[in-house]
Design a protein around this ligand. Sequence first.
Ligand SMILES: Nc1nc2c(ncn2[C@@H]2O[C@H](COP(=O)(O)OP(=O)(O)OP(=O)(O)O)[C@@H](O)[C@H]2O)c(=O)[nH]1
Length: 250
Amino acid sequence: MTLCLTSHPLSGEAAKEVTYEGWEGARALDRASPDLSRAEHPRDQTAMEPETRDEPEAGDEQSCTVYGLYDQDLTHKTILVGDSGVGKTSLLVQFDQGKFIPGSFSATVGIGFTNKVVTVGDVKVKLQIWDTAGQERFRSVTHAYYRDAHALLLLYDITNKSSFDNIRAWLTEIHEYAQSDAVIMLLGNKEYGVIFMETSAKTGVNVDLAFMTAAKELIGRCLELPKEPKFQINDIVEQKPQKSGCCGFT
Ligand SMILES: Nc1nc2c(ncn2[C@@H]2O[C@H](COP(=O)(O)OP(=O)(O)OP(=O)(O)O)[C@@H](O)[C@H]2O)c(=O)[nH]1
């Protein structure tokens, strides 16, 4: 179905022009959550009540296996969370449709999901991926979805310090509302146009890979012709004798 993510009626923001064919959760956001119905946003009637969901409730027993093999009929509820503007909707659109829709940002209101099947080796894993609104005022609504989440993908924007600073608070909420065995992933979204990697000097995670990547990049830069030369090579050749070696090292 097609969803046009609409903005908060009081915010004056433009409707989110993401026509997202994959969304299944576009139920009318026509009822207020207990928190949203009160003073701060008295006209905000946009939050979907979690009680309307068909998904399994907390305590529902779900076995992961059939005759000792992974049960491919199982659907894993996966939630994208994080500050408003970190790129949750964009990430899901990219994953689902393989495209990025740039443009002015307007915040998601409510919550919706799309289904995706991921192939891991010979196994098909069904993911039901929920995109949540990052704005503070929707927090009580999204909390209700944490408890039966199998995986929570917590995004921050690597170009936005406050979204990183808020990770601790997000994790506190996740640990409070989600199941203790849920998969939790931290994703640094957006880009500075530089190679990005997280490392741990303690555990050794990505330490070798970091230096290996730097070395590979050096080789790559030596061997590749610059895509957009800032100078005409003939100018240099005329002025200086050509150096030997790919990078000018002799
Ligand atoms: N350059 C760049 N921009 C991005 C990236 N991801 C998202 N954006 C932009 O960041 C803005 C916010 O992206 P959204 O995906 O709407 O953010 P969100 O986390 O869903 O925000 P809420 O709906 O308020 O929770 C938009 O203008 C996007 O185009 C990215 O990886 N790189």
